[in-house]
Ligand binder design. Structure first.
Ligand code: HEC
Length: 106
């Protein structure tokens, strides 16, 4: 089950990153999430390209999981083309800020 592998990776990243993890600032994320809400802000939204896809919910997700997922897209370890393009444009600080924002949002 892929989801379990991702969660294990996220937990490993959490332990491994330790004190080096950038501190996320949810306030700083507000200018950065405008490009995410079009897909992730809509309950039950499905993208039509490149194939019909259910967009996962980000609000309430563990911040470390969000950062780990974004890094996996950036490194090409996750293959969704849109998310890879988006993650490539994000710095580690952007990811931490966005994760803090969504991690707090319910
Ligand atoms: C064009 C629509 C679209 C946009 C815009 C978009 N996403 Fe995504 N996102 C998706 C889809 C579809 C997936 C699921 C892909 C997959 O299964 O790998 C996803 C997956 C994710 C995941 C993994 C979630 C999980 O539960 O595994 C994270 C984290 C994420 N997106 C964050 C973001 C952030 C942060 C932004 C803005 C900077 C963003 N996305 C913008 C469509 C989008």
């Amino acid at each position: 089950m892929q989801v379990k592998i991702w969660i294990t990776l996220a937990m490993a990243a959490c332990l491994g990153a330790g004190a080096h993890a950038a501190d996320g600032n949810a306030e700083m994320a507000k200018g950065k999430i405008s490009m995410c809400v079009g897909c992730h802000g809509v309950p039950d939204y499905k993208t039509a390209f490149p194939s019909v896809y259910k967009v996962p919910k980000l609000g309430g997700q563990h911040p470390q999981y969000i950062v780990a997922a974004l890094k996996e897209y950036k490194r090409g370890e996750r293959s969704h083309p849109t998310m890879r393009a988006i993650a490539e444009s994000l710095s580690e600080q952007d990811m931490a800020d966005i994760a803090a924002y969504y991690g707090d949002a319910k």
